[in-house]
Design a protein around this ligand. Structure first.
Ligand SMILES: NC(=O)c1ccc[n+]([C@@H]2O[C@H](COP(=O)([O-])OP(=O)(O)OC[C@H]3O[C@@H](n4cnc5c(N)ncnc54)[C@H](OP(=O)(O)O)[C@@H]3O)[C@@H](O)[C@H]2O)c1
Length: 254
């Protein structure tokens, strides 16, 4: 199975490469600079990767990368969400581009592509309410636009999932496919969310519950990379067309 990784020079992307290889997947890395990627990866890993240079804001470049290399799956880590609501970034444009490229490539291949995207924890629902966390903590709001787009796309067109981690930290500077095996995952609501009696307080209750939970969702880049690689290798339907939350009981510590 072949996987196209966009943003392979980023914090998560560079760890997705060894994770995918350790699950016996072939990696096509879509980057703006091949020399930057080679400077980041150990030579033994770099030589196992096919590199495509391009811009993730070009539908044709992304679609051609998928079709030229007969990719079955795409993981987009390109683009970084703007933190504050009054800032903006390239991320929504990149997500629109990648989704359209995956849709059009799937039509050519007569089979919907598997697509993993990155969102943020704010997209997850607060258990017991009908609201997303971002309503109570209004940062990284660009992800809302990305999710709204995805929710219009059925699995028969693109088999998408959006991973919604909080802060991700490196467990090691050494790049190798390694997972702690601790990561808990769930669709729609964050795993291991603690509810409190004060959720029922009018107006402010859910806000205080979000605050009380907020600090404990740090995970490692390696565990998130391994989770995506494992799901792609299994060709699982479990998280298709879902937003996915992650939790590390050790809070990302080594
Ligand atoms: N890090 C976290 O704690 C965290 C938490 C939650 C969600 N996320 C989300 O997860 C994703 C990955 O995070 P990260 O920390 O790995 O980000 P990152 O280190 O900033 O990496 C972003 C990557 O995007 C690439 N890129 C940007 N614009 C591009 C374009 N037009 N064409 C091709 N490549 C482009 C960059 O390439 P260059 O090297 O060429 O610049 C880089 O490889 C982001 O969307 C982020 O919002 C991150």
């Amino acid at each position: 199975m072949k996987v196209l990784i966009l943003g392979a020079t980023g914090n998560l992307g560079v760890r997705l490469i060894p994770a995918m290889l350790s699950h016996n997947l072939s990696v096509i890395a879509f980057v703006r600079s091949s020399s930057k990627l080679s400077s980041l990866l150990p030579p033994a890993i770099f030589e196992q990767v096919t590199v495509v240079e391009g811009n993730a804001k070009s539908v044709d470049s992304v679609k051609n990368a998928i079709l030229d290399h007969d990719c079955d799956a795409v993981v987009n880590t390109a683009g970084l969400a703007a933190m504050m609501p009054w800032n903006s970034s390239d991320l929504p444009e990149i997500v629109r581009t990648v989704v359209r490229a995956a849709k059009e490539a799937g039509e050519v291949r007569h089979k919907p592509l598997r697509l993993w995207l990155l969102g943020g924890m704010g997209l997850m629902d607060v258990p017991g309410t009908k609201s997303m966390i971002v309503r109570y903590m209004p940062i990284f709001r660009e992800h809302i636009e990305d999710l709204a787009l995805l929710n219009t796309i059925p699995a028969t067109v693109v088999r998408w999932s959006i991973l919604c981690p909080a802060y991700m930290i490196p467990r090691s500077t050494e790049l190798k496919g390694a997972s702690s095996g601790r990561l808990a995952t769930s669709a729609t609501v964050p795993p291991h969310w603690n509810d409190f009696w004060f959720r029922r307080l009018p107006v402010v209750g859910p806000f205080f519950v979000v605050l009380a939970n907020a600090s404990k969702y740090t995970t490692t880049l390696e565990d998130n990379a391994d989770f995506i690689a494992n799901d792609v290798a299994a060709d699982s339907d479990e998280y298709v067309c879902k937003k996915v939350g992650v939790f590390d009981p050790a809070g990302g510590k080594a």
